[in-house]
Design a protein around this ligand. Structure first.
Ligand code: BGC
Length: 744
């Protein structure tokens, strides 16, 4: 019997790959795929269908992969459709063999993994990637990540993470693109294009996942997994746009968030998963939950028990249960009891199987698990070269007093100090997939690689990252005394940001600031290299440092990339994707806030603090260069625009310094009066340009009504006639202004 079915399947499915139509035209528009999915589903029992909706993790550790026995058993029983945290060509091939050869229908497994900022070659953490403002490079980084991951048997990444994040206490800000919906949406699109390419049947493309749907980035008090309570207006204008953008870009899957919204946990929200995602946006990929988030509806106080949670999740619009085993354990019973319908299950299974066809898995289930491709494509010279260039683009120059940077090639001595100066382990950051930290280049190695014997390095650790041990201070001060310049690498542990890594105090951990202050007393030039996953409160460092480089966690090629910037082989061009607070009490602090009825003045009864300014330490979009740029006045094609007009906006930027540099030209708008109050600034465009010394370029933007529109109190996306201001400049606070009127 089993053989007969397999033969039948082979005949039905043989031509299932090469589906012709580009994926992003929709996953269910291809009739041939739909027919093949249907004919397969006719052969499936209810139990087998439910199996496709189950995602289980395997366990991998540094010495090699292993899997708990009962997951293997579940694969053998056809009760698992997808596995995550299993990679390498060999291991995925072994698990795939069980699914294909030992189950009745031989339906291949889908292998997922958190390939978030690179797979083996690790790129900057996403907050750093975004700081490049270079969408081509971001797309290319996702392309390379997909190339490496698919060569190790993976089909599906749980990325991009596109939670707009306005609270740096929340550790997952490291995985995000920061505080702005427009910039986050652009990054989201670039990443989806990079992972998925034009053709999912290609061996080097994989399914993307937009996560976490939605508003997970705004937990109360910045504490991970905490309640989210925002208005519908904020949801639609701030948190949804990046997700909508990924749906438009053809993202294959969406992951639900852990948090509740409007009192309903996201995995049980019919409003989010069906009304918005399916009915409003026509999303036709599949919805996967986050890790056990169906089960978590019980402690949330939304479901009585796991079974009830499963019912709520399925009926809300979840297609696949990550790790919770709720669908696995209860769906059949729920169908028998009439609590969920088999038609809804069929729909979920159809969506999941469609993706397996799109990937070509029915043509050859082992096609991605190819040891030779793995050998050839992973951590190649080319990938590492790209990583170095990408990483240096992510560095943001926050301060450079008296042009202390770049350092001279001939500098005789450097005191290289700090717990992160010669630290491989932290460099790859959190969520670093299959990255191997022992392959990462430390700052010390990077400086030595470049300078060789030319420069004497006096290295001292000085302090640990996060304790109160000051016994290393003496050695650090002695090292500093011997050198022309101090380079101090300080920050956080990689896992002080990322998941379950919220901090209430976001100053430098341990005694690092004290170490800095001691060194600053020596009156030598002091260059601070920051390594961390979030903005920290750095007022005292900013006051006393000669130069500051924000380097996030830059990944495998960290040290070489930082050395490129320190010595001027690369002129820094990164810009902050998030505002840096002066004080933790200012949080949430973000540039696109409202004006209030009492905007700050010297008068007492206005919106301000008694003890701290309202402004951030470093504003959104901020970042210096070793050269200088001059902006002309802004020119508009007209000072009036009708709803169907295109308004052209022009500005000329000149490099007024003496070296090549790149500038991110940023465009913001403000609508002065609206049916609901409008933010004081909104990013609506940016362009990164390169200029030789003395060179000028005209940058042009085009604005249509859609750029001026927003979701109003009736949830309609519309532009409203009225007065607008427009700002173009080098960061949100340093701009040229123009004005125009939008007519009916
Ligand atoms: C995270 C997700 C991740 C998943 C699988 C969860 O804890 O929230 O972002 O994709 O684990 O590793």
């Amino acid at each position: 019997m089993k053989r007969q079915i397999l033969v039948l399947l082979a005949a039905t499915l043989f031509t299932a790959c090469n589906l012709g139509e580009p994926a992003r035209e929709g996953w269910f528009t291809d009739e041939r795929t739909a027919e093949r999915v249907d004919s397969l589903m006719q052969l499936m029992t209810l139990e087998e269908k439910i199996g496709q909706m189950v995602l289980f993790t395997s366990d991998m550790d540094v010495t090699g992969p292993f899997m708990r026995d009962h997951y293997v058993e579940s694969i053998e029983n056809g009760m698992v459709g997808a596995i995550f945290n299993a990679y390498t060509a060999e291991y995925t091939r072994e698990l795939q063999r069980i699914a294909v050869e030992e189950t009745r229908l031989g339906i291949p497994l889908l292998f997922g993994y958190d390939v978030v900022h690179g797979h083996r070659t690790i790129f900057p953490i996403p907050l750093g990637e975004t700081a490049t403002w270079d969408m081509e490079a971001i797309e290319q980084s996702a392309r390379i990540a997909a190339e490496e991951a698919t060569a190790e048997g993976l089909h599906w990444t749980f990325s991009p993470m596109i939670d707009v994040t306005r609270d740096p206490r929340w550790g997952r800000i490291a995985e995000s693109s920061g505080e702005d919906p427009f910039l986050t949406a652009e990054v989201a699109r670039a990443k989806v294009r990079g992972y998925q390419g034009d053709d999912l049947t290609a061996l080097n493309t994989m399914l993307a996942t937009a996560k976490h749907f939605v508003a997970y980035g705004e937990p109360q008090a910045g504490r991970d997994y905490h309640t989210v309570d925002i208005s519908e207006i904020t949801l639609r204008n701030i948190f949804l746009p990046p997700f909508k953008a990924t749906v438009e870009e053809g993202a294959a899957t969406i992951m639900t968030a852990f948090n509740e919204l409007f009192g309903v946990p996201a995995s049980g929200s019919e409003y989010l998963l069906t009304q918005i995602l399916r009915d409003e946006w026509n999303f036709n990929g599949f919805v996967v939950t986050d890790y056990t988030s169906i089960n978590e509806m019980v402690p949330h106080g939304f479901a009585r028990d796991d079974k009830h949670a499963g019912e709520l999740a399925l009926n809300a619009g979840v297609d696949m249960d990550m790790q919770g085993a709720v669908f696995h354990d209860y769906l059949e019973e729920l169908v028998e009891e009439g609590k969920v319908s088999e038609a809804v299950i069929d729909q979920a299974v159809r969506r999941i199987l469609t993706m397996k066809f799109e990937l070509g898995l029915f043509d050859d289930p082992y096609r991605y698990s190819d040891p030779q491709r793995q050998e050839e494509l992973v951590m190649t010279e080319e990938n590492l070269e790209f990583a170095r260039d990408f990483s240096r683009k992510a560095i943001v120059l926050l301060k450079n007093e008296d042009d202390v940077l770049p350092l001279s090639d001939d500098i005789g001595s450097i005191a290289l100090i700090g717990p992160l100066a010669d630290n491989q382990r932290e460099m790859i950051g959190s969520w670093s997939a299959a990255g191997d930290y022992t392959q990462s280049v430390t700052l010390r190695q990077g400086i030595e690689n470049r300078q060789g014997n030319r420069t004497r390095i006096h290295y001292a650790r000085g302090a640990n990252i996060d304790d109160d041990d000051k016994t290393g201070f003496g050695e650090a001060i002695a090292a500093a005394r011997q050198a022309e310049v101090i380079v101090l690498a300080i920050g956080e542990y990689a896992l002080q940001s990322g998941e379950a890594a919220s901090r209430a105090d976001i100053s430098l951990p341990g005694v690092q600031e004290e170490l800095f202050l001691e060194l600053a007393k020596l009156n030598k030039p002091i260059v601070v290299v920051l390594m961390k996953g979030r903005p920290l409160t750095l007022e005292r460092v900013d006051e006393k440092a000669s130069a500051i480089l924000e380097t996030w966690f830059l990944g495998t090629t960290t040290g070489d990339a930082i050395a490129d910037v320190l010595f001027g082989d690369y002129n820094p061009s990164g810009k902050l994707p998030v505002s840096y607070p002066r004080h933790v009490g200012q949080i949430p602090i973000f540039y696109n806030h409202k004006n209030t009825g009492r905007p700050k003045t010297e008068f007492k009864f206005t919106s301000k603090y008694l003890d701290v300014p309202n402004s951030p330490l470093y504003p959104f979009g901020y970042g210096l260069s070793y050269t200088t740029f001059d902006y002309s006045e802004v020119q508009l094609s007209s000072d009036e625009m009708a709803m169907d007009d295109v308004l052209e906006v022009m500005v000329t930027v000149t490099n007024t310094g003496d070296r090549f540099g790149e500038e991110v030209v940023q465009l913001y708008i403000r609508q002065l009066v609206g049916s609901i109050t409008r933010p004081v600034r909104q990013l609506k465009g940016f362009e990164k340009i390169g200029l030789e010394p003395g060179e000028s370029k005209e940058v042009r933007f085009e604005l249509t009504w859609e750029d001026l529109a927003f979701y109003n109190a009736d949830n309609e996306f519309a532009a409203e006639p009225g007065d607008f201001h427009l700002f173009i400049g080098t960061n949100v606070e340093d701009t040229q202004k123009a004005a125009f009127v939008l007519r009916e």
